[in-house]
Design a protein around this ligand. Structure first.
Ligand code: NAD
Length: 496
């Protein structure tokens, strides 16, 4: 890992791409001069003025993506050959590892150590794994009578539009584009306006690796502009989205208003963490609870922002929790020692401030942190904040905050813990701390959640699916289940 000084030096040489990437070329937005500012949240300097695409750019990109899809140059390429090109792309990402890690840290404020240890290896692994899968995906022959032959095959879908959030810029992009491209689709990616830079850089690396022009396009856009146009477009056959539940709901409507395109949604969360009195080590559980809320400044969809601790261990648990939380001192994310960077932007800073104020007004007890202070031009830093004596009537317990704010509550019985955990519109992740294996299985079955972690939080790799239920969405990223999203099952019936 590079030193703080080395990352700062690399920053001086960073060549940032700021135009849209369509049909294998960088191009300004069609409406000349339309750009938005990309700000480094650590010091509020402008990193780039990025092309802000709209309907006109979407039309051009969809036409190019569709044309290349129909040509078969990628969609009908032998899967083994597609695999080799994607593997070459992964090699290029490895060669540009530091540059890409630095780009995301500057763009959204996450710590460089996380980029180096989590986001980059995970993104590259996802690309390699998806590429490796694609020449192992067999079709089937249906058990019909002997006068007929029915073939069941997996076909690419056409033009897949992908809309992503900012909290894990490259990783969220890769979880979707890797299986979609491996399956033979043409992809149009609309990255978040808060962190579009790494997506633009990897697009040209894709071309360098041999991905044909028009197969992978990146259209940055501010807010709904390019995203809404993609979601309404009749040339787009599938829409895959990661972001808030609010926008996820709108996308379902856009699909219904246009061509009933498939819509896959990875949306918001308000994950519970339940600590039973029989957990093996209270201190380890408290440290785990801190990791589950303060990682990535709390800007994590699976952040366990609701903590339920058994009444009998509450005081000891809180003592260890506060100790663990104090280790998260916000600092320059380029310093490898920093565990917590700034929040992504001013809007997010104000949103978090609002929730902390509402928790105080609602009568929760402030144990640590509180309303963060802002100094003009010095970045959007917020300290870990912990409230106890919270309850489900309070807004900050029900709504996704997406920041370093934790609501601690207590429970008496296992049944009560399950009821409280499930009392949420979301159902993304959940963590349980217990030494009782039977209890772990029993509770896990009853939790309305796409993912459950026992005696840990957030662990996983490319082999396991990631996604939620209820307002947290549908479908899954990663694993074989991701490929299901980007292929269509076709049957061909032959009279013999
Ligand atoms: P967001 O919903 O505001 O934006 C997501 C993307 O949608 C961005 O690219 C944005 O420009 C675009 N967009 C906004 N309005 C649109 C519209 N009307 N039509 C089309 N596109 C539109 O979310 P965000 O603030 O970028 O990300 C944070 C959210 O993402 C949180 O809710 C978090 O839980 C969620 N998230 C979920 C997962 C998961 O796997 N479930 C992973 C990461 C983040």
């Amino acid at each position: 890992m590079k030193t703080y000084q080395e990352w700062q030096a690399l920053r001086e040489t960073l060549n940032v791409r700021s135009e849209a990437y369509i049909n294998g070329q960088f191009t300004p937005a069609k409406k000349k001069g339309t750009t938005f500012e990309c700000i480094n949240p650590a010091d509020e300097t402008v990193l780039a003025n990025v092309a802000s695409c709209d309907e006109a750019d979407v039309d051009i990109a969809v036409a190019a993506a569709k044309k290349v899809f129909r040509s078969g140059v990628w969609s009908e390429m032998a899967p083994g050959q597609r695999k080799r090109i994607l593997q070459k792309w992964a090699d290029l990402l490895e060669q540009h590892f530091d540059e890409l890690a630095l780009t995301d840290t500057l763009d959204m404020g996450k710590s460089i150590s996380e980029m180096v240890n989590i986001d980059m290896p995970d993104s590259i692994d996802c690309l390699r794994w998806s590429a490796e899968c694609i020449d192992k995906l067999y079709g089937e022959i249906a058990p019909t009578n002997s006068q007929n032959l029915a073939l069941i095959s997996h076909e690419p879908l056409g033009v897949v539009a992908i809309i992503t959030p900012w909290n894990y810029p490259l990783m969220m992009v890769m979880w979707k584009i890797a299986p979609a491209l491996a399956a033979g689709n043409s992809v149009i990616l609309k990255p978040s306006e808060k962190s579009p830079l790494s997506a633009l850089r990897i697009a040209e690396l894709a071309t360098q690796a041999g991905v044909p022009d028009g197969v992978f396009n990146v259209l940055p856009g501010f807010g709904h502009t390019a995203g809404k146009a993609l979601a309404l477009h009749h040339g787009v056959s599938t829409l895959a989205f990661t972001g808030s539940s609010r926008v996820a709901g709108m996308l379902m409507q856009y699909a219904g208003q246009s061509n009933m395109k498939r819509v896959w949604l990875e949306a918001g969360g308000k994950s519970p963490c339940i600590v039973f009195a029989d957990c093996k080590d209270i201190q380890a559980a408290a440290q785990g609870a801190a990791v589950a809320i303060f990682t990535n400044q709390g800007e994590v969809c699976i952040a366990c922002s609701r903590l339920y601790v058994h009444q009998s261990i509450k005081d000891e648990f809180l003592k260890h929790l506060l100790e663990a939380a104090r280790q998260y001192v916000p600092g320059d994310p380029l310093d490898p020692a920093t565990k917590m960077g700034p929040l992504v932007d001013k809007a997010q800073f104000e949103r978090i401030t609002g929730f902390i104020e509402s928790a105080i007004a609602d009568g929760a007890t402030l144990e640590l942190g509180g309303v963060p202070k802002y100094e003009d031009g010095k970045g959007f830093y917020a300290h870990p904040t912990i409230f106890s004596d919270a309850n489900h009537e309070m807004e900050f317990v029900q709504e996704e905050i997406f920041g370093p704010v934790l609501a601690m509550m207590t429970f008496d019985t296992e049944e009560e813990a399950i009821t409280l955990a499930n009392d949420s519109k979301y159902g993304l992740g959940a963590a349980i701390w217990t030494a009782d294996l039977s209890r772990a299985h029993r509770v896990s079955r009853k939790l309305e959640s796409g993912m459950v972690w026992v005696n840990t939080w957030g662990d996983g790799d490319t082999t396991v699916p990631f996604g939620g239920v209820k307002a947290s969405g549908n479908g899954r990223d990663k694993s074989w289940h991701a490929l299901e999203k980007y292929t269509e099952v076709k049957n061909t019936w032959i009279r013999l």
